[in-house]
Design a protein around this ligand. Structure first.
Ligand SMILES: Cc1cc2nc3c(=O)[nH]c(=O)nc-3n(C[C@H](O)[C@H](O)[C@H](O)COP(=O)(O)OP(=O)(O)OC[C@H]3O[C@@H](n4cnc5c(N)ncnc54)[C@H](O)[C@@H]3O)c2cc1C
Length: 283
């Protein structure tokens, strides 16, 4: 169901940052022009690239958009590498490897519920763009602490009539007051949803949110998929850094997009992850 990209290439390509769009103070979208590298234009929604900042680090980021001419990464400033990236500015050069990993797979005409928290809205937007081309109907459910932190609202609304943007905020400043999983639960329970019942649930964001999404979909008997975010070093399944207890699946190779019901059986899913030297860190 979840496929690897056959044209996988693990050599970094050096690319200038074409444009930077400031989404919030600490989350920016970096746009790259890569029409010269044809193999990179074949990514699928849910896949990631490794972004190398020379002299600092190399880190995984989900692809937010890819039309074969340019691709976008929406990145939160959280530590050394991302702080450096935010200082670099347009025209600065970085290295890109990928695309890597599995993708969100849907069928023509599906009614998708896309649940996103934080920068998870970016890969979910990528799913929406591709799913609409296949005649799917999309419910995009984005959660944030407050209205000013909601991501991708204008872009999703610009996609047209077959996609509905549902906002959920902790403080109630926009949309539903509370968790976006509550909105998902309501949509799954509704028997009067325009376009018929939801047929598939995809989630990307905090692991407790994704766990709940997989549980809700499971209770409804519909398939789901989540994105496993684990510390990655090689990104191509060699180093074993991102193996998950107890199955040993590699988040970079058998994931990051992984069947929701199968993820619920991973003993660490929703509970802990590991840092760069393998120590357990509770979510
Ligand atoms: C498949 C995948 C897709 C991702 N997509 C996005 C995205 O679209 N946007 C985004 O902002 N972030 C994304 N991340 C998270 C991103 O990789 C980390 O936030 C980033 O690496 C932090 O680097 P740093 O040096 O700035 O921060 P650090 O201070 O080094 O780390 C901050 C936190 O980031 C995580 N992290 C650090 N290095 C890595 C690494 N090599 N691999 C995984 N996690 C790491 C750790 O949990 C750490 O506690 C994704 C991660 C994965 C695994």
């Amino acid at each position: 169901m979840y496929q690897q990209n056959e044209k996988l290439d693990s050599r970094p390509k050096i690319l200038p940052i074409k444009k930077i769009v400031k989404e919030t103070e600490t989350i920016w979208t970096f746009i790259f022009d890569y029409s010269k590298f044809a193999h990179l234009g074949s990514s699928k929604p849910g896949q990631f690239v490794m972004l190398w900042i020379p002299g600092v680090d190399e880190n995984p980021f989900s692809i937010a958009y890819d039309d074969g001419k340019e691709f976008w990464l929406t990145i939160a400033k959280v530590g050394d590498a991302t702080e450096k990236l935010f200082e670099m500015g347009e025209e600065a050069k970085v290295g890109i490897r990928g695309p890597f990993g599995t993708s969100y797979e849907f069928e023509k005409g599906d009614h998708l519920a896309l649940l996103a928290g934080g920068y998870g809205a970016a890969p979910m937007y990528n799913v929406a763009v591709n799913a609409l081309k296949e005649g799917c109907k999309v419910e995009m459910i984005v959660g944030a602490r407050s209205a000013d932190l909601l991501l991708y609202e204008e872009r999703v609304k610009a996609l047209g009539g077959d996609v509905t943007y549902h906002a959920a905020t902790d403080d109630g400043s926009k949309g539903h007051k509370g968790y976006n999983t509550e909105v998902l639960e309501e949509l799954l329970a509704s028997d009067s949803l325009e376009g018929g019942p939801v047929t598939r649930v995809f989630a990307c964001g905090p692991e407790v949110m994704m766990k709940k999404a997989a549980e809700l979909a499971g209770r409804k008997g519909i398939p789901s998929a989540v994105s496993l975010e684990r510390y990655m070093k090689c990104g191509i399944g060699v180093c074993g850094q991102c193996c998950m207890d107890d199955s040993g699946i590699r988040a970079c190779k058998e994931g990051p997009v992984y069947d929701g019901a199968a993820a619920l059986k991973l003993s660490e899913f929703g509970k802990y992850h590991r840092d760069s030297v393998g120590r357990k860190v509770e979510w």
